[in-house]
Design a protein around this ligand. Structure first.
Ligand SMILES: NC(=O)c1ccc[n+]([C@@H]2O[C@H](COP(=O)([O-])OP(=O)(O)OC[C@H]3O[C@@H](n4cnc5c(N)ncnc54)[C@H](OP(=O)(O)O)[C@@H]3O)[C@@H](O)[C@H]2O)c1
Length: 343
């Protein structure tokens, strides 16, 4: 099929495709194998299924997520059988598992024409897989359950698209078509590279979303309690109200947020914020960006993630024992008396 969705191939970084320019026809003759039915694999599989795409799920033996896929009406095969059945093989595996699963179970059964797909740039940016055949990324800018809920409600999220240099031009159309079918072209499909996506994703996670903000909240909570303020009060100020501000920021941008808060809050923030996030903190951010770009973080993650004393589980357990986490366990049942999980 002749490529048709982009003005030029490969499209330059920064090109944006709109959902109404794209159709799902390139997927019509293809079967998509979703390898891994975790948060993101499930969202992709169910959204593709809803879009009328033929889907099989690849799962390891005795997998609870494989059982879930089966109970949700999907065909579930072993990882190798799914990779063999799929024309497009989506690696929806944790970053730390993708290298071994690809090398041991997937690559040996792929055909030269098999198209490998990813929802995140890590595997290519940090050489976790070696595949010279066609390969694309459709990375939703949103969490998996959110993508699933948004698509079921008729919407979706924006997406980032990338294709390896050795892929033929029509893989760009396939990437866009795939993104449309999973619901990650709403607000646009942004052309990027695997490396740009991966590095910006990790930097955002570490410095803002999952590192910087959380430590800012922890520190502010502890300083308030140290100063004699009640833990519940500190929790409301430092955690609960964070959502109110981020919702405004998300919807109206930084200037629109300022216009909607009190004059006292705006003045206090504008005059004090930069004392907290000062040049020293900015320098730390540059160092962290350097560690990500050099691959130092990837190496540390792959070697330490499962370490019993300093891996992710051990660090999260330590955090769960913090006064902030304990305050959350007391306050949250009051704020969400009926539960409210989306998955
Ligand atoms: N979570 C998100 O919202 C999100 C957002 C953006 C991008 N992504 C990307 O999506 C991809 C998948 O992430 P995820 O968060 O969905 O992961 P996840 O929830 O941890 O799910 C991983 C899946 O992989 C399976 N798996 C793990 N190790 C395996 C192995 N050795 N052999 C076979 N299957 C194995 C798991 O099966 P079992 O049940 O058997 O363990 C599970 O079904 C990653 O590239 C991630 O960066 C995720």
């Amino acid at each position: 099929m002749k490529p048709k969705f982009f003005d030029q191939y490969p499209p330059p970084a920064g090109t944006v495709v709109e959902a109404d320019q794209i159709d799902c026809k390139p997927l019509d003759p293809l079967t998509v194998a979703i390898i891994g039915y975790g948060t993101m694999g499930r969202a992709h599989a169910l959204n593709l299924h809803r879009s009328g795409v033929r889907v099989v799920v690849g799962s390891r033996e005795h997998s609870a997520t494989g059982d879930r896929a089966r109970s949700e009406g999907l065909t579930v095969l072993s990882v190798a059988d799914a990779a063999l059945a799929g024309d497009v093989v989506m690696l929806m595996l944790p970053d730390e598992a993708v290298a071994a699963v690809f090398a041991d179970d997937i690559k040996p059964v792929l055909k030269p024409s098999s198209i490998v797909g990813l929802a995140h740039g890590f595997a290519i940016a940090f050489d976790q897989i070696q595949w010279s055949g066609p390969c694309f990324m459709a990375a939703p800018k949103g969490q998996g359950d959110m993508l699933l809920d948004a698509f079921a409600a008729g919407g979706g999220v924006p997406g980032l698209l990338a294709v390896t240099d050795s892929s033929p031009p029509e893989i760009w159309d396939l990437a866009a078509s795939y993104a449309k079918a999973v619901g990650c072209l709403v607000g646009g499909g942004f052309v990027t590279t695997f490396r740009q996506e991966c590095i910006s994703d990790q930097f955002g996670e570490q410095v803002v979303l999952c590192g910087g903000v959380i430590e800012l909240v922890q520190a502010a909570f502890e300083i308030m309690v140290e100063g004699g303020y009640g833990e519940e009060n500190a929790y409301f100020e430092c955690v609960h109200e964070l959502k109110l501000i981020t919702d405004l920021l998300h919807r109206y941008g930084v200037d629109g947020m300022r216009q909607r808060i009190s004059g006292t809050a705006a003045f206090g923030g504008l005059t004090r914020g930069r004392r907290v996030i000062n040049e020293d903190v900015r320098q730390k951010m540059r160092e962290i960006l350097g560690e990500i770009e050099s691959g130092q973080f990837a190496k540390e993650f792959l070697s330490q993630h499962n370490d019993p004393s300093q891996g992710t589980k051990a660090l999260a357990e330590k955090e769960a024992a913090s006064p902030l986490a304990a305050a959350g366990r007391r306050v949250l049942p009051r704020l969400h008396p009926h539960g409210g999980s989306s998955s």
